[in-house]
Design a protein around this ligand. Sequence first.
Ligand code: DGJ
Length: 730
Amino acid sequence: MNTLPEPALPSSPTAPRRRVRIDEDSGTVLLRTARSAYVFRVDRAAGTVRHVHWGAPVPLADAVALPLWSENDNSFAGPWDGTEEYPVDGGARFGAPALEVRFADGSSPVEPRVQDVVLLGDDHVAVHLRDRTRPLAWQLHYRVPSDGDVVERWTEIAHTGTPEDGDVLLSRYACAHWPLPQRPDWRLSAVHGEWSAEGRLQRSGLPFGETTLGSRRGHTGHHASPWIALDPRDTGEEHGEVWVVALASSGSWRISAQRTAAGRTGVLVGEGHEGAELNLRPGGRHRTPVSPALYSSDGFGGASRSFHRHLRAHVLPHAQELRPVLYNSWEATWFEVSEENQIALARRAAAVGAELFVLDDGWFRGREDDRAGLGDWTPHPERFPRGLRPLSDEVHRLGMAFGLWVEPEMVNADSDLYRAHPDWVLHLPDRTTTELRHQMVLDFSRSEVTDWALGRLRRLVTENAVDFLKWDFNRSFTEAGRHAGGPDARRVHIEHARGLYRVLDQLRAEFPRLRIEACAGGGGRVDVGILHRTDQVWTSDNTDAVDRLRIQHGFSQLYPARVMSAWVTDSPNPLTGRVVPLRFRFHSAMAGVLGLGGDLTRWTDAELAEAAELVRTYKEIRPVIQRGEQFRLLSPEDGLLTAVQYVEDDRTVVLIWRPSTAYGPPQPPLRLRGLEPGARYRDEDTGREWSGATLMAFGLPLPELPPGDCASALVRLRRVVSAARPEPAA
Ligand code: DGJ
């Protein structure tokens, strides 16, 4: 079952060799990333794989000699709890396991034995284990992608028996357990939220016991994101140690931080939630998704930049490609789309500089509102009597790419598709099928359903010369079981996403120039798995430029600006009613992949002219925003000002926002980051020059912000004298 994100791409030829070192005598394995080390020891006699170290680099000579940690020896202790690389349910182990099974005779305990340690390249090692007597084997995979700080882990679990052994039910099948070093205390960072309020960063002390985040919704969720960060409570934005653990998967998931009273802390990460079991037949295998994780000694900001680099280098398709400025018609026309109004919007969008025009919901048969039509992906006969091609052609003639909204995993009861295939939706025989937003979920774990979806999408893309799909998903799972029942009827919670991946992968293979935006009612499906096969994500349905600062702050903890789609919409904002000046709206959206989403036919000439100028500015700074390193200078929680800086080569861009003013205090200079101390930087708008050292130590004197609420500024600096060249004597 190899449909999940592949581990990172093959190493580049220039990368240092042998990122995996093995000391055969001690059984010690050392993984070296650019700035960290991960060490474990294979104890063949005890049949365990014990964690030794994860943190700052250590040489192999020391790694082999580092002692293993053990709990106090008493008859209530789990001596290895918190220290195993992949704890199973069995023996004297009392923490939550990574692997928990039920054999055909109803028994559960697993007794691991180490079979082998296999080097699969300079950057990849696998530890093979099996049960002492039962037909179960599992392989722990570790891979160290080139040039970064990330270690990737995943696990393959196999039923090695014959039909006489019966099936093996997996009730826990984590990708990994990530043990952390011993520290006196721990703090957990994660994001929480809801529809239109995603990405709210929370930091709190880690209690003893098990703290679990997850989704039981069949998709990643708005309410949490599959990553957590842990720090020893003294870490700041730019200093201190952080461990980040993430999951590359888009279905239901679970991440638990466990802290034992004996002083060990670790993170279990995997697909599926409590009760979402998998049945393995004899000969069957299950490969978990990848869990990428990293250690950084450069604070939360350093950890984010490191993860962004990993995503750009190894996960995003076409990461070097700059994302175009798009126009999306949703907030302009809602469901009331027509060839005429879309062409009017497209002309305005092209005039202000949009490069991609996206026709949103409402374009297909039966779709007057959200009550009907999903599943019937042919153009609405009254709204597009000539089909979509004339609009697509006009958009192309205007010099833009053509994008189309689809929601292929959903169906309305009022649709020909549902009338023909009522059994294709998630449902159970004697349960009421819940409709949310009047729609039901098509079961993408079934190949006849994904074949149908692929066929429809193939036709849509070909017939309408579609360059870009906005792929939406607007409800969570209910009645998610298998009609035929069976012990693992809830496996659809993970297999739906695998079906989705198959469709996306196939579509991308057939249409290599097609680009895709992932959306789930905004940010309901943002994760490393979906980012491996889409080009950007719709961050939130909340387009209020002030609210967005918080949402974007949370988003940036793991995900880079290069994938964060953000539109400038109308004022007052349709969701919040807030009135925000155009410039602030632009500056807020410029922090990611800029788009426009307002009703441009109602914008004044002056607004359109200002928008065109701001789009031009964005295009000019776009490489720095989309490819640069991001420094969160001031967070939305820090006070009146929020500021983000991006650095790419000799250029740096700073965005500053003051959503509201109070008492009118003078603002201190803004200390920049990531510059060369000895170089000089010129402000491209004012011509003022400063040394990198001054900008980082004293700070950038703030440009004058307009008075009142919702003031913002953009500063562009370019290095004019490199640090390599001495400054002329005074
Ligand atoms: C939810 C998306 O997030 C919106 O942008 C829009 O596409 C609507 N769905 C359309 O139904």
